[in-house]
Design a protein around this ligand. Structure first.
Ligand code: 0L1
Ligand code: MG
Length: 262
């Protein structure tokens, strides 16, 4: 690690305040170009500790930048991982207040809910499917705290991978009831299709993103707990939204899930 404990705490406070006040900031590596991966995840952990200190509960995890469309959109080449707390969860068809966010975008995702914990190293698609209770449609609302979504990967990891809100719903299916590689999705904004794709856009199979997450956590002595909801990453590019927008994700055989921005 290259940053001191005091700097990590100060950067966590800064990014946490940016999220709470819906205020953007230049990416933190501008000021700390030597920040390494351990520093970045330590800042993310310190932000999580601040949430927990305010009484939040971790309800899940997320993988981000897992599709080539997303990687190309953001100019990066590696997936990243973050946490989901209860206050990020929106009920199906529920409202997201744009005044609480900086510049929200939505991503169509497949969400996994585990019946057994998963731990790397060596976790693979088969282990993920065996540990999965069900899968369901999910919309992630990302809201990078960085000005104009301009960041590098370490800055985005520190910022909890732009996590801000999410909704899951539709028709849950057991993982053996469908082929997650060929399942088709349509993301609609105000009734118009704005993005189309198939599950294989996420690392060839969305379960591969969950395996990567388990292996990432295993290297840090952690696991994905049973009962977690995990967002496997945007199948398409993220789509910008504004107050007044209705967003609906339709997933083949799994119904739909929606959100309203007010
Ligand atoms: O969930 C995601 O794929 C987004 C990860 C962070 C990068 C971004 O803000 O686009
Ligand atoms: Mg995402």
């Amino acid at each position: 690690m290259n940053l001191s404990a005091a700097t990590i705490a100060q950067l966590a406070e800064h990014l946490d305040n940016c999220q709470r006040n819906a205020q953007d900031t230049p990416k933190i590596t501008d000021q700390y170009p030597d920040m390494d991966w351990d520093d970045a995840y330590a800042i993310q952990d310190a932000i999580l500790a601040r949430h927990l200190g305010r009484g939040a509960r971790v309800i899940g995890l997320k993988a981000g930048l897992t599709s080539h469309a997303k990687m190309k959109q953001m100019g990066v080449e590696t997936p990243v991982f973050g946490f989901l707390v209860d206050e990020y969860s929106v009920s199906e068809g529920g409202e997201v207040k744009v005044s609480e966010l900086i510049h929200p975008k939505v991503e169509p995702e497949i969400a996994f809910v585990l019946k057994h914990a998963l731990r790397g190293p060596g976790c693979h698609i088969g282990a993920v499917l065996a540990a999965t209770d069900f899968v369901m449609p999910g919309i992630e609302v990302i809201d990078s705290r960085y000005r104009d979504f301009k960041f590098d990967l370490k800055s985005v990891v520190a910022d909890n991978t732009s996590a801000s809100r999410f909704v899951v719903g539709g028709q849950p299916l057991r993982p053996n009831q469908l082929d997650l590689r060929t399942v088709g999705i349509v993301l609609e904004k105000n009734g118009e299709p704005v993005a189309l794709g198939a599950g294989a856009a996420v690392l060839g199979h969305p379960a591969a993103a969950i395996a990567m997450l388990a292996n990432h956590l295993g290297a840090r002595g952690q696991e994905i707990p049973a009962g977690s909801v995990i967002l496997s990453g945007g199948i398409t590019e993220a789509v910008a939204v504004a107050a007044g927008d209705n967003v609906c994700l339709r997933v083949q055989g799994m119904g739909s899930v929606s959100l309203r921005f007010v």
